[in-house]
Design a protein around this ligand. Structure first.
Ligand SMILES: CC(=O)SCCNC(=O)CCNC(=O)[C@H](O)C(C)(C)COP(=O)(O)OP(=O)(O)OC[C@H]1O[C@@H](n2cnc3c(N)ncnc32)[C@H](O)[C@@H]1OP(=O)(O)O
Ligand SMILES: CC(=O)C(=O)O
Length: 530
């Protein structure tokens, strides 16, 4: 606990996060993200700027009866009254007051140059705008926070005035003044010095709002907290204008796990990975695999030497137990793997490869060597767990699962003037004792082959009907060779509940695709228990 009572974790994903290029949230998206943020246990959710656009006004209207928040309070964001008006008469201030949130965060200028150039008013009038608007909202029963825009730049330009803005807001009844690094140009020691000074000189309760233009938003936020800030603002997954805001997940994980501050309700940090990814589904922004704490690579180990130490104690190569943020340790198999990597990956996939016996040791060595040879030919197993599992089965059980024997396949692409090119594939195979000769059509050769292969196997194994090819990636491996190059194909197949990735390699892109398709169907049938 601090001098100012409980610490505030304040999320601005729905306002500043939505200012990210390419991010466009519907009201339903905003409601869904608010519910997720509440599950994470943040104290405040800034829902948007009611009155600035119909969507944000609608969000607050619907939130009042559609959201059942257990931990968070909603905050409405907006500006102080315009210059030369009365707060009580300003329709934008009225929209904040009447949003139903009960909490208003006012953005105000604290940089003298901005007052004169952007607001085109006097420094005195800007102070009056802050004073009047905060007082009016307080009199109307609102909890008020102030976002001091461009505070750090303003402090450099005119310290006395920047501090005066904070004092004015505080004396008028603002509970917190959040110092904003609006242009995101600060470094941690600079932030720390300024926050120390503000806390000592003014006695106001300080919050912090950092943008990530120097790549230091999280570090700057932590520096501010260590210097006395007791209210942190940020966005889940670091969304936000330009390079984003401080990633609130990283901030709270660091506060809880590194600085020993209980800033979320007990136990909720363990849901951070699930929630960060669920929000990414709604925003439709692919989650960053290297995101600290919650990224899929945050606890993924590739180097053989790491794996050999992890086998003894995972903490030797991890800064924390991933369970603390709801993430998992993963072992990656590649040409950088050693025997320990294979042993641990095998365990992860449910195979006990016993390195303690001579046979087990020999088996693990064989698998390791095979992986290295195949990777040198262009395969990649770290991205294709399913192909690795088939390889493992082949080595452990003496043969890989086999549901069909392919006699031959061929594919042709037909192009007629004025018509789109169409591909046709013929696959001949035996499955469950029957010979099938099946053709398939598609808008490309791989699509046609996939159709034909699935139609043929599907007659013997109806489970195949569930499978769908959901992603297809091609990479040319030795670019110097142009069209003669080796090609690697990665295919992701889904059964509607889960998905798996397989790899194929060949001098011919169709041949490489065929290998990945066959692996994908074989793995899927095994997973179905066939
Ligand atoms: C740092 C930040 O990210 S703050 C959040 C910024 N977010 C947004 O801007 C998104 C929502 N914004 C909007 O929808 C619109 O900009 C609105 C509705 C707020 C205003 O729209 P408009 O009235 O068309 O004006 P415009 O967008 O050009 O904004 C400039 C006006 O706001 C005034 N203004 C700017 N900052 C402030 C402030 N902190 N307090 C009061 N007035 C302000 C300017 O003086 C100018 O007023 P003028 O038109 O009387 O000269
Ligand atoms: C208020 C705000 O978003 C900023 O100053 O960056």
């Amino acid at each position: 606990m601090d001098l100012h009572g409980s610490f505030h974790v304040y999320d601005t994903t729905l306002r500043d996060g939505a200012q990210q290029e390419g991010l466009n949230l519907s009201v339903a998206d905003k409601l869904s993200i608010a519910a997720q943020l509440d599950e994470l246990g943040v104290g405040y959710i800034e829902g948007g700027w009611p009155g600035a656009n119909p969507k944000d006004t609608e969000f607050f209207r619907r939130a009042a009866h559609e959201l059942d928040l257990k931990h968070a309070r909603l905050a409405a964001f907006g500006a102080t009254r315009r210059a030369g008006t009365r707060a009580a008469d300003d329709p934008m201030v009225a929209a904040l007051r009447d949003s139903g949130a009960g909490v208003v965060t006012l953005v105000a200028k604290s940089h003298d140059r901005h007052v004169e150039l952007a607001l085109r008013t006097t420094l005195e009038e800007n102070l009056a705008m802050v004073r009047d608007t905060v007082s009016h909202l307080r009199e109307e029963g609102q909890q008020v926070f102030l976002d001091a825009e461009h505070f750090f730049d303003g402090y450099r330009a005119n310290r006395a005035y920047a501090l005066e803005v904070l004092r004015t807001a505080y004396e008028a009844g603002a509970e917190v003044v959040a110092l904003c690094d609006t242009n995101g140009g600060m470094l941690p020691t600079w932030v720390s010095d300024v926050v120390h000074d503000v806390v000592e000189t003014t006695g106001v309760r300080v919050g912090i709002h950092c943008h990530n233009d120097t790549g230091c938003a999280v570090a700057n936020t932590l520096a501010a907290v260590e210097a006395g800030a007791t209210h942190v603002q940020g966005c889940i997954n670091g969304y936000g204008e330009r390079t984003g805001n401080a990633d609130l997940v990283t901030v709270v994980a660091n506060l809880e796990l590194k600085l020993d501050r209980a800033v979320l309700p007990p136990g909720l940090l363990r849901d951070a990975t699930r929630i960060a990814h669920a929000v990414a589904e709604v925003t439709n922004v692919p989650p960053a695999s290297r995101q600290p704490y919650v990224g899929t690579s945050a606890f993924a180990h590739k180097a053989g030497l790491h794996a050999s130490a992890i086998k003894v104690d995972p903490n030797l190569y991890q800064h924390m137990d991933p369970v603390g943020v709801g993430n998992d340790m993963r072992l990656l198999v590649s040409d950088m793997a050693g025997r320990a990597s294979i042993e641990l990956k095998g365990r992860e996939l449910g195979f006990e490869l016993d390195a303690g016996t001579p046979e087990g040791k020999e088996l693990i060595t064989r698998i390791t060597d095979r992986v290295k040879v195949l990777e040198s030919r262009g395969y990649t197993f770290e991205a294709a767990d399913a192909s690795f599992e088939l390889l493992l089965l082949e080595e452990v059980e003496g043969a890989r699962p086999s549901y069909f024997d392919v006699e031959s396949w061929r594919v042709i692409t037909d192009s007629k003037p004025a018509d789109e090119a169409l591909s046709e594939a013929t696959v001949k195979l035996r499955a469950a004792g029957v010979r099938y000769v099946v053709t398939g059509e598609g808008n490309g050769p791989v699509n046609a082959l996939d159709q034909a292969l699935r139609a043929a196997i599907g007659q013997a194994f109806p489970e195949v009907a569930k499978f769908e090819l959901i992603d297809y990636k091609v990479r040319i491996l030795d670019q110097g060779h142009g069209t003669d190059a080796i090609t690697r194909v990665l295919i992701e197949t889904s059964d509607g509940e889960s998905s798996w990735v397989t790899v194929g390699v060949g001098a011919n892109v169709i041949e490489a695709s065929w290998g990945a398709l066959v692996d994908g169907l074989t793995f899927g049938l095994r997973r179905q228990g066939v």
